[in-house]
Design a protein around this ligand. Structure first.
Ligand code: HEC
Length: 147
């Protein structure tokens, strides 16, 4: 009789340990998403927004001026818009159109409000983050000859 009770307690105890480990794994999955995957998701969403006319009212997208996703030189009137290559480390910097020093997300906001004639996004709006993440991700396309 005593042996059976001890065995039951042992089984219960082992069960509890297994359960605790399963819960811990579940909790870790919830609090620690993969940082690289999260960034990739943000960049992908920003790329979609880059081609979204509803950000503004000018019947244009970011891509109308920052052509081929920002990888190609564009023009706005007389202004030459250089192709992008690894923008993030260049900011904050003096942004001529804004007539002051700006961060990269402030420049993105500036382009939403001015060239696109859209409504400013809230500074904590995920759309602003995603667009900025996309702009920061753009690297100069390698020339086809060099390979
Ligand atoms: C009507 C044309 C136009 C549209 C549309 C436009 N931009 Fe711009 N953008 C410009 C011009 C002009 C500049 C300044 C170019 C320069 O001085 O390097 C600029 C600069 C930028 C820069 C800084 C680039 C650098 O080299 O430092 C970023 C980032 C940017 N725009 C993002 C966006 C985003 C995101 C959108 C869409 C929400 C957008 N732009 C829409 C014209 C436009």
């Amino acid at each position: 009789m005593k042996k059976a009770t001890a065995l039951m307690v042992l089984v219960l105890f082992l069960g509890l340990i297994v359960y605790a480990f399963a819960q811990k794994e579940e909790a870790e999955k919830m609090v620690a998403p993969d940082p690289a995957a999260e960034l990739a998701k943000s960049v992908a969403n920003g790329k979609k927004l880059f081609n979204d006319k509803t950000l503004g009212t000018a019947d244009m997208t970011c891509n109308s001026c920052h052509m081929e996703g920002g990888t190609k030189e564009g023009k706005m009137g007389e202004t030459v818009i250089p192709a992008w290559d690894n923008l993030a480390p260049k900011y904050p910097k003096y942004f001529a159109m804004g007539k002051r020093v700006m961060t990269l997300d402030q420049v993105v906001q500036f382009c939403i409000v001015n060239p696109l004639k859209g409504k400013a996004l809230a500074w904590d709006d995920q759309k602003l983050t995603d667009l900025t993440a996309y702009c920061a991700s753009v690297k100069k396309a390698p020339k086809k000859e060099e390979k």
